[in-house]
Design a protein. Sequence first.
Length: 440
Amino acid sequence: MILYVEPSRGLRGRISVPGDKSISHRAAILAALGQGTTRIDGFLESSDCLATLRCLSLLGVPIERLSPGSYQIMGRGQEGFREPKNVLDCGNSGTTMRLLAGVLAVQPCFSVLTGDASLRTRPMARVIEPLRSMGAQIYGRVDHTRAPLAIVGSRNLQGQTHELPIASAQVKSAIMLAGLSANGKTRVKEPARSRNHTEVMLQYLGVPVDIDGLSVTVTGGTIPQGGHIIVPGDISSAAYLMVAGSILPNSDFTVENVGINPTRTGVITVLQAMGADLSVEPKAGGGEPRGNIRVRSSELEGIEIGGDIIPTLIDELPVLAVAAAFAKGTTRIRDAAELRVKECDRITIMSQELARLGVAIEEQADGWVVRGGQRILGGKTCGHGDHRVVMALAVLGLGGEGPLCIQGADAVGVSFPGFCSTFGQLGAQLEERAKDAQLM
Ligand code: S3P
């Protein structure tokens, strides 16, 4: 499929975005580990989160779909998972693989986690090593650094203190999930604060989590209790709308019910610092903070983005590079080398594709330097199978001077099903077309 994008003269209306990807994965996994039944509403039915449900189902977890986005999951609690009869396919989803590695390390069964070509190249030593140091038997390709991973689970892991060299919510969560069934206390200390959805949800489901600055501690033998989880809209998906509304003239719209957990709102902080006209109206209730975000057109200016804010906006950096292309002056993005090990090398791929479309962008080891205000022409570009690259390029196309065709449109289904129709409701013209259709 290709994504065909027409330049837009402004977005107006009121919409919502699909459920948060990180929170949906955690809701399904914690419900499966819990005692009793959990109902989840607002679950993101994207290919990544559906991969998590499929894996849990193969592990013997009863899952019922009540209606679109609403699920009932029967927790396996003390009983534990069933040995899967086949390999567990995580598709493109790093969160599925890393979090399940932690869960399966302490389930007394043999399991294999695999994924698509992109996921099989992504670094897994960052979860394998800490889990092995707790006594887990977990093996991988390329000297235990790459998937497929083979795991011989055991209830005999020893709780430990782990100091992570990089801030990663996936690694922190994998260790905490293993820690729930390990002996004693398991502590994870991060160099900077990453998203804390696992901590928030564990506490919401009755599991004590001790949080002290950048350290979190869980105690073995604690089991989440079933409950009702309502997943807010994904701020990472709303980010494409925030940037588009900021750069396009005559825009004024509201995105309703977006998750505004402070460990995820770096994109709002940075866009506001660039001069974006964003106002957030928080709403009460639920385990995770949520609110409506009003977006109006603005004149953006280049800034420096780096340091401890990076983990709070890591997935939004491709679209922030696009915002920088429309800003006055220079934007420097640094301390973001992690982008090289996402679904693709987002630093190289974004520089290549943006440069090809007229953006003055320089690749750095840990980010980019973007000089804004160049003419953005339409044409053809490629998303390299990475959902966030495809959607960031689509926003560039909305602000460009001619139609843009992006190869690999299917990837948007990894995190933002209905991407085109959501923008369509605000008046934009984005269309998915068969690959061999007439391009323009
Ligand atoms: C995620 C954590 C981040 C993020 C990813 C989702 C999560 O990855 O980039 O899209 O749900 O925990 P890292 O943990 O590798 O930083």
